[in-house]
Design a protein. Structure first.
Ligand SMILES: Nc1ncnc2c1ncn2[C@@H]1O[C@H](COP(=O)(O)OP(=O)(O)OP(=O)(O)O)[C@@H](O)[C@H]1O
Ligand SMILES: O=C(O)C1=C[C@@H](O)[C@@H](O)[C@H](O)C1
Ligand SMILES: [Mg+2]
Length: 198
């Protein structure tokens, strides 16, 4: 690991990841850059990009705020787990998960087993700057959205860490630069693996 990566959660190493599937899963808070970086990473690594939120919207034909309005968060989470179950049957994908995907233990286990999980981590200040103008995140439609973001961060940071094989700081570099560094790093770890197994 070079300096692109912060220390790994619970001393985990990428050896624990299911690299054979070629799958890369991005987890992290709303605004961490999962969708933006995921698309670029898939392009650089020549993998297929999926975004769980986008797939749910395609399947239902309505936006995520509408799903929350009609079915509540519980209904959305059920759809999210169904979608992850289906998407994780794929190989050679980069998947941007929804910010709350790690709340469900079944999702966490599926992700850990199904590929290499990358936690894109940013400070609450960065996350707030990136999400404050966007009304598409139903959990932030409260009287004090910044506080809500901080509460969600405190609740979820340990879950992202528990799930991730790799933790990356997404606050200090542009999305493109991060995707380039990650692509280089992941391509190198593939090389090393091929050497070991080949
Ligand atoms: N590393 C970065 N530096 C600066 N801005 C970024 C970075 N990553 C993402 N952004 C910007 O932050 C905003 C949110 O990013 P994005 O939608 O990719 O987050 P997300 O993790 O997919 O969030 P959600 O869980 O809500 O889907 C976008 O406007 C994006 O351009
Ligand atoms: O952090 C969350 O709980 C969410 C993040 C988004 O990706 C969407 O999945 C939805 O808005 C919920
Ligand atoms: Mg997204």
């Amino acid at each position: 690991m070079n300096s692109t990566y912060a220390t790994l959660a619970s001393e985990k190493t990428t050896d624990d990841a299911n690299e054979a599937s070629g799958n890369i899963f991005l987890v992290g808070m709303m605004g961490a850059g999962k969708t933006t970086i995921g698309k670029l990473l898939a392009h650089f690594l020549d993998k297929t990009f999926y975004d769980s939120d986008r797939e749910i919207q395609k399947r239902t034909g309505v936006s995520i705020p509408v799903i929350f309005e009609i079915e509540g968060e519980t209904g959305f989470r059920k759809r999210e787990t169904e979608m992850l179950t289906q998407l994780l049957k794929s190989e050679n994908i980069v998947l941007a998960t929804g910010g709350g995907a790690v709340l469900n233990v079944k999702n966490r286990e599926m992700l850990k087993r199904g590929g290499t999980v990358i936690y894109l981590r940013a400070t609450v200040d960065d996350l707030w700057r990136r999400t404050r103008q966007d009304k598409n995140r139903p959990l932030l439609q409260t009287s004090d959205p910044r506080r809500k973001l901080a509460e969600l961060y405190a609740q979820r940071d340990p879950l992202y860490r528990e799930t991730a094989h790799i933790i990356v700081e997404s606050g200090k570099r542009s999305a493109r630069h991060l995707a380039q560094l990650l692509a280089q790093q992941l391509a190198c770890s593939d090389l090393v693996m091929d050497k070991k197994t080949g």
